[in-house]
Design a protein around this ligand. Sequence first.
Ligand code: SF4
Ligand code: SF4
Length: 427
Amino acid sequence: MDTGQCVHCGLCLPSCPTYVETGLEGESPRGRIFLLQRLHDDPSMLNAVTTEYLDDCLDCRACEAVCPAHVPTGHLVEEWRAETPRRGAEGDSPALGGFRGLSRPLSFFLGSPKGLLWLQRLARWSQWPVLGPWITRLRFVPQPARYLVRGIPQKIPKTLSRYRTLPSLEGSRTPVLLFVGCVMDTIYADTNHHTEDLLALAGTDVVLPLEQRCCGALHMHGGDPAVTKSWAKENIQAFETSGASVIVVNAAGCGTTLKEYAALFDLADPWHARAQRFEAAVVDATVFLSQCSLPTLADSSDVHITVHDPCHLAHAQGIRQEPRTLLKRAGYALQEMAESDLCCGSAGIYNLTHPDMAKKLLDRKISHIPKTVAWVAAANPGCLMQIQSRLCEDPKGPGAVHPLDLVWNAYRQAGLIHPNPDGLVSR
Ligand code: SF4
Ligand code: SF4
């Protein structure tokens, strides 16, 4: 762990959500780096307070994006979480304890098609008019999870996007692999279908290998990289046998994890070079599509959109303009919000393990949404659920939606995309 790069300049402080909210040095990137250095020199310093400061990190990478010394604070905290053995009461924290409790069920739900179908079923049931409210009253369902259920889309397809009939690969063009993810594959399967339609509109053949798996981001952030590593190998193999040269991904969190697979393997491990080739092929869907010749629609829309920049898109991948480019090309009017790239509090399952801080950050995000917009566009499922869980309180107010759903809808209304013949739900 190399914490020595930090020159303590403090330039990262204003971009750190937990520092912005608390004003505490221990809740800042610089404070966390200092703590990691001290813990490295003297592990006996580990106690409930130091652990909490480190566990409170959202791994949002905002500090990394502005640090002149390129200190990888988010990575270092992640590394610390993975390396620190299970601790007793004195050093343990509710956050990591929470993740440990969730790691196994997450592996079941996200790790196999059977689990994903159950996840999709539960999400759909949670939106039924009678059953939904009953489920959210069940005592064993943690309060933050009950709250989050409100952010799930009301219409969820009944199939995983990966089980859709594979598109024809006729022709000589090399296909792109659409990475379908886990939450995107289930709760936001429509968005995957829309992405596929847009890729087709852009003249691209798409392949969706059945063998692809969840990217493993949640386990990585929670300090359980062994699961991520095992799923990474399956994704690398699926890519290598797919015949695709590019991997298109429409979820910011997945994209970042996929682009960091090589770091999971030692340099001497043959998987390292394979992971490097995999990483180099990963492209965010908004970047890929903005470089294609999608038609420009007349600016006839009076629908105003504001863009929330997911941390793992803006900070980790440096992608900010492309979602806006696509939305403008599709005829939407954009209205920027303040702090569009400050974390909304979702951060994987942070909103479940740290409900208080997550709520503060969500309050802050909601307060910045312009009153006149119809939609808040966010290219990450966690952000969508988190923001929608609050926006749903005002049925006349804006909703949260993936930018590619909006783009798809504009092209559909322009008659350039035709509704799916298999009756898939569209917004
Ligand atoms: S992490 Fe980077 S920006 Fe923050 S104090 Fe250290 S050197 Fe400065
Ligand atoms: S990763 Fe985010 S929450 Fe963690 S120290 Fe950096 S800016 Fe703060």
